[in-house]
Ligand binder design. Structure first.
Ligand code: NAD
Length: 443
């Protein structure tokens, strides 16, 4: 099938390459000329396991093409994906300007029937807005061409995006149009062989499904973080509690890790956007408001622990930070806990020596000019002359470090472990001050 994807970010590029890999003829369109030029040269703008060979292979075979020319993009595909960003507006609601700009582009150039797919995460009612935009542009062109707007939200996880698209848990499709159903079935047939993963529903339910999924996951995290705060105050160990509750099959072990708060490009903005949607219809979403509040407080914990250890005197101290990305296996730092920590440290007059296996370039791009930031090449060099170590991201290479070396290199024997990677007793026995998340009286 001939497919066009507008917006070649984490979602668009992965989706496009995966569709091309099974034989669809895919044209990628982005307004970022630099990104498109680099992609043509084989330079992939993001780190995502397995993506580089997939893009190389499909580009070489001719099934994946790149352009900045919107007219070329629109005329290529019977199917037009909208996969552009939907960042938070000033009030936290999803900003639809990029989505509607693509809708306008599609309507301006289309000269044959199109199935237009909202792949971006968009509030309930957006498909109607996209449809209205297309209708008004077609009317102004005085042409009557068939089109349908389908909601097909994306559930991939950064760090496992290629695998998630190749073998999705489910493919949610919101449409009431019989032809669109057929087109979507044919498009996703290669990913739907083992069992039927396609879930058809009405458009508004599909739009809400995406927010409900992300808000449920964010709720699980904030719930566990609240429990970890209680565990700390009550002298219990949240890791024991986690094992205890996860063994109940109604609860399960998935996604109940306490930590230093959720980040990334999705959970924070999607929780906020659903709160704004609810406010807009005079409904107070008490659970979602609490989820956001708990997460904000949790992100302050790393700094609070350091501040506690150094009795509020962090000026002139150097802190080694392990992990900058919001989670492992990605270079994405959007809303990462590391950002909150580093900003607080700089404000308190401390310096940061940071290392991340993949997010160094991204950190350089965001904070390159920042005083008090030294980005170093290894996790060991981050320790050199540092007064404390903070673990922000649970990259596997941080899981079993050489504690003798840490002890020898740090000026003070203190570790703040935002991901509960280490055994509090072991560190205590070695004479470290250890701050985990909800580990009872571990300090
Ligand atoms: P991104 O910021 O990585 O990429 C968006 C791309 O769109 C950019 O390359 C930008 O240049 C391009 N763009 C903007 N306007 C354009 C236009 N008019 N024409 C063509 N290209 C244009 O965004 P992302 O992380 O891929 O997210 C895209 C959407 O998918 C968002 O709504 C997000 O919430 C949703 N989503 C993201 C994830 C994730 O893990 N990142 C997962 C599921 C859903």
């Amino acid at each position: 099938m001939k497919v066009t994807v507008f917006g070649i970010g984490y979602v668009g590029l992965v989706q496009a390459a995966v569709l091309a890999s099974v034989g669809h003829d895919v044209m990628c369109v982005d307004i970022d000329a630099n990104k498109i030029e680099n992609l043509k040269k084989g330079i992939i703008p993001i780190y995502e396991p397995g993506l580089t060979p997939l893009v190389e292979e499909t580009y070489q075979s001719g099934m994946l093409k790149f352009t900045t020319n919107p007219e070329e993009g629109v005329s290529h595909g019977q199917i037009q994906f909208i996969a552009v960003g939907t960042p938070p507006d000033e009030d936290g609601s999803a900003d639809l300007k990029y989505v509607l700009a693509v809708a306008e582009t599609i309507a301006s150039y289309m000269d044959s029937p199109k199935v237009i797919i909202d792949k971006s995460t968009v509030p309930v009612g957006t498909a109607d807005k996209v449809s209205a935009k297309v209708a008004s542009v077609l009317a102004s062109r005085k042409v009557d061409i068939d089109y349908d707007v389908v909601s097909n939200p994306e559930f991939l996880k950064e760090g496992a995006a290629v695998g998630d698209c190749m073998k999705p848990d489910r493919i949610v499709v919101g449409t009431e149009n019989e032809n669109s159903r057929k087109v979507m079935r044919e498009l996703y047939a290669p990913f739907n062989r083992n069992h039927d993963r396609m879930i058809f529903m009405d458009v508004r339910s599909a739009e809400l499904t995406k927010y409900a999924a992300n808000c449920m996951l964010a709720t699980k995290i904030s719930f566990m973080n609240e429990m970890s705060n209680l565990a700390e105050l009550l002298g219990a160990d949240i890791e024991a509690v986690r094992h205890g509750i996860g063994s109940d099959s109604r609860i399960g072990y998935q996604f109940i890790y306490p930590g230093c708060g959720y980040g990334g490009s999705c959970f924070p903005k999607d929780v906020q956007a659903l709160i704004r949607t609810a406010n807009g219809i005079d409904y107070q979403p008490s659970i979602l408001e609490a989820v956001e509040k708990v997460n904000y407080a949790q992100k302050q914990k790393l700094f609070e622990n350091l501040n506690d250890y150094f009795d509020g005197d962090l000026a002139g101290k150097t802190v080694a930070v392990w992990g900058l990305s919001f989670k492992p296996k990605t270079d994405d730092m959007r809303e990462a806990s590391s950002i909150e920590l580093m900003k607080a440290l700089w404000k308190a007059g401390a310096k940061v020596q940071a290392y991340d296996p993949e997010a160094m370039e991204e950190c350089q791009r965001i904070f390159g000019a920042q005083q008090g930031l030294d980005l170093v090449g290894t996790k060991e060099s981050a320790l050199k002359g540092a007064d404390a170590l903070v673990v922000c991201t649970e990259w596997s290479q941080f899981r079993a470090p050489d504690f003798d070396l840490i002890e020898a290199m740090l000026n003070h024997k203190v570790i703040v472990d935002g991901r509960n990677l280490y055994d509090p007793q072991l560190l205590k026995d070695r004479g470290f001050a250890y701050y985990g998340i909800g580990r009872g009286d571990s300090v």
